[in-house]
Design a protein around this ligand. Sequence first.
Ligand code: GLN
Length: 422
Amino acid sequence: MAEIVYNAGVLVEGKGFIMTAELVNLLNRTRTSKKADAFTESVIREMSRLASKHKATNLAQGFPDFPCPQALKDAASKAIFDDINQYPITWGDKALRDAIARKTKWHLGMDVDPETQITVTCGATEAMASAMLSIVDPGDEVIVFEPYYENYGPDSILCGAVPRYVTLHPPEWSFNREEMTAAFNNKTRAIIINTPNNPTGKVFDREELTFIAELCQKWGVICFTDEIYEHILYDGEKHVAMHTLPGMEDLCVTVNALSKTYSVTGWRVGWILASVEMTGAIRKVHDFLTVGAPAPLQRAGVAALDLPQSYYKELAVTYTEKRKTMLGILDETGIPYFTPKGAYYVLTDISGFGYETDVAFAEFLVKDIGVAVVPGSSFFRNKADGHKYVRFCFSKTPETLEIARQKLLKLRECVGQTLTPH
Ligand code: GLN
């Protein structure tokens, strides 16, 4: 093998080590940004890839495996045939913004001006990233509840912000008021709330949100609220939108999307509701990041948002049935769980299986049992805190859940025993 000798540089007194152009060149070729180096790939999306590799039943990434409403498919094809195929207005198709305003009015009783307070984005993922990049500066602190949906960590890092964690304590996933109060300080710029919550299934009640809202008002802190599961609620739970609490109109940035409510996670159509001033900044960042979400799918979103109110009742009934099936499977298998009050995930306690980590257990499950789940550690900054949990998604057809059931029943013999991971 040919040997290449590089001239690294010289040590100059008073100036330190000066790299040669040759070394700089070599380093530049392999260097990636500190921001990108500061976080790992999404474990949730990786589990979907592993599920297809091992042909496993995918109860990992949160997406339905059943069709979206026919009205949406018709509207999407019609939009394409109607030649709605060029760039939309960068902050969103007018018809869709009007539909979002109409639905927000009847559903949350909130008035939002479609001309100045709504930005349509590529899903809730871009919504959260664009909103945060528009408002949060490097060095600012952002309060994040733990366990958290994994995107909020990288979102904070991309802003150069410092995440500050407040624990949601099991089994109710409640926060301690003193811990919450202590998290706020002069550097706090924002707090992220996700209700109904992923991965815990917690639904923040009015009293909890009011407590947080008062702290936000005391410190002038912005509340980013991710309400993508707002219609997926159980046992008579009610969704309370932070934006509607007194004094929060100008401090709240609400993120939502078509994805979960209308079963179109692949469409990538989301939106942000915010004050006129914040919307101005958000629209600029959004424009230079993505220009806009797909035009025909935005137009089809009008059909989604204009669905009758009965649609949401049926959705809740359907999910109640799915939750019942999923919890039944866990009962039969002997896996303890935290009953979710909202969203479509169930966090389970796998400590009885004797695996050292959640990742090892999830690998065993996907390879040997044929079911993909999300390892709990992806929801915690200190990975050991998540070792006893894995998350199951039950946004699946009865047939898929039955297949998962058959496979998971094989675990019955394993509870309480130490299995040998492969
Ligand atoms: N929210 C979904 C989950 O937690 C995933 C969303 C996504 O992958 N963009 O599984």
